[in-house]
Design a protein around this ligand. Structure first.
Ligand code: ADP
Length: 480
């Protein structure tokens, strides 16, 4: 039996700000389902006060220990629940995690220093000594270095192998060297450029990349791209040096959670054979969002963090031109105030065409996936991207830029071969994107072609099955 403890700062349905949570909420079960007798994945994460009440009530307190952060001893509750057949552990400390949101606080460095230390310290108390610690993103980056430097000699830790998955290389958790030294009690010798030092500071993410046995990221194309200076975020040299240990495995989505046949959040259920009913979702959404009701007008959806990564600069550049087309546009997102303001203002000026919903709203997200005909995701870079996978599942055709996971999952419709599941363009350029949007709108006017592309998109397999197998194979190699 291979025992894997995945470490994350978010997982659905407990806490979510983006795709990381979707992955941690669905991949563990997908791996466990492959071979229940021979692999078990469990998950450990912080116990945020924002965990929905009905879930929080089911979390059981097991015991508590004290964990060293800097010079002080901090309370660390160990809590547990099972969800969807997967065991989730929670690290409880109200000073650090009883806050409204997940991140963005002045002391995030200390909060996640505590979390990294706590994960290692609770292992002997879990009844589940992992063979593999599988850490995700910068918040967990210091676990592999600490394991190697401070825990390796101890009985419970001596055989633990480490895997680190990059969901977004841009967020790195870089702090001052004196601070990181103090947090973890590390000596000067670990702050050299081949270890934790990063351009004068110390990087959590870099620590994970230097010290973990195996590295993965969430699509084969992103695995290539981060080895170049353009998307390497100043870690491309290190990633090139570790090229043999770096694997790109594309994310899947939870086919139960995102299923137009059973989804209780959408207005009317449908499947690939009754896709003509999808339009009823458009009509209902138009009513709900006060857009003119018209089932023939193409509806473009955009659901995203409002961040420059997501291609918003090229959208804004030609936004007037987009809205001059015969279409409706529904936006759902939060993030950078400059984009929030832009879309709020535009929605006032174009109230008959644009609905801008500046909030995080999972139910509305499902409704938009079901209601829209096209889904815009022209990212500057995109490690994997889940929006395009969810939209295809709901028969909303993605319009994407060919980068990272978007390139690996969307095949631009080809007029000659009649093959494709969406529309894509190569260069990060507003005019080229506009051209591609117009191309998609033209196809919308050819209903039989458009229906064929929808069929292809809806029947493509973007479930976790094959990617979960790739993770399991890596675990088997690591253990062997
Ligand atoms: P990232 O992780 O970079 O934010 P992904 O495409 O991998 O991007 O995942 C985004 C996830 O978050 C998707 O499940 C998407 O539907 C969801 N999402 C993004 N913004 C919102 C929002 N404002 N309301 C509801 N869900 C959102």
């Amino acid at each position: 039996m291979i025992k894997v403890l995945m470490v994350t700062s978010e997982a659905t349905p407990f806490a979510k700000t983006g795709g990381l949570a979707d992955v941690l909420g669905s991949l563990p079960k997908a791996i466990n389902d492959l071979d229940k007798d021979n692999v078990e994945v469990r998950v450990i994460m912080p116990k945020y006060s924002s965990i929905p009440k009905e879930l929080a009530e089911r979390i059981v307190h097991k015991k508590y220990i004290f964990v060293k952060v800097g010079l002080s001893q901090k309370y660390c509750g160990i809590e547990e629940t099972r969800y969807n057949g997967v065991t989730f552990y929670f690290i409880d400390n109200e000073d650090y995690f009883k806050r409204e949101g997940l991140y963005g606080y002045y002391d995030d460095g200390e909060r996640f220093s505590f979390f990294c230390r706590a994960v290692l310290d609770v292992i002997p108390h879990l009844d589940f000594i992992p063979d593999i610690l599988h850490c995700h993103d910068w918040q967990t980056g210091m676990i592999a270095p600490l394991l190697e430097i401070q825990y390796r000699g101890l009985e419970d830790y001596k055989d633990i192998a480490t895997m680190f998955t990059i969901h977004n290389l841009r967020f790195q958790g870089v702090y001052g060297i004196p601070f990181v030294k103090d947090m973890f009690g590390l000596g000067d010798e670990f702050f050299t450029s081949d270890k934790l030092e990063f351009y004068g500071g110390a990087g959590f993410l870099k620590g994970g990349l230097v010290y973990s046995n195996i590295l993965t990221t969430v699509s084969p194309t992103y695995a290539e791209e981060i080895q170049s200076s353009f998307l390497g975020e100043r870690l491309d040299g290190l990633l090139r040096a570790r090229n043999n240990d770096l694997h790109g495995i594309v994310n899947g989505i939870d086919y139960k959670q995102y299923d137009p046949v059973t989804d209780s959040y959408i207005y009317i259920n449908y499947d690939v054979d009754s896709v003509q009913n999808k339009v009823k979702n458009k009509v209902e959404l138009q009513k709900e969002l006060n857009l003119p009701v018209n089932e023939n007008i193409p509806l473009i959806g955009l659901i995203s963090r409002l961040d420059s990564q997501k291609g918003l600069d090229i959208i804004i550049r030609v936004f007037n031109e987009i809205l001059e087309e015969d279409l409706q546009f529904v936006i759902l997102g939060t993030g950078d105030p400059k984009y929030e303001l832009f879309f709020k203002e535009a929605a006032i000026n174009f109230s008959d065409k644009l609905s801008a919903n500046i909030k995080f709203d999972n139910i509305l997200a499902h409704k938009i996936y079901a209601a829209s005909d096209l889904f815009l995701m022209p990212s500057l870079f995109e490690p994997c991207g889940l929006g395009q996978l969810i939209s295809m599942r709901y028969g909303s055709l993605p319009i994407v830029r060919e980068t990272g996971g978007l390139k690996d999952t969307v095949r631009s419709y080809n007029d000659e071969t009649k093959e494709g599941n969406g529309f894509s363009f190569t260069n990060y350029n507003a005019e080229v994107m506009l051209y591609t949007i117009r191309r998609a709108l033209a196809k919308y006017k050819e209903p039989s072609v458009f229906q064929d592309i929808i069929k292809t998109a809806m029947t493509d397999d973007n479930s976790w099955y094959s990617s979960a197998k790739e993770y399991l194979n890596l675990y088997i190699t690591m253990k062997g």
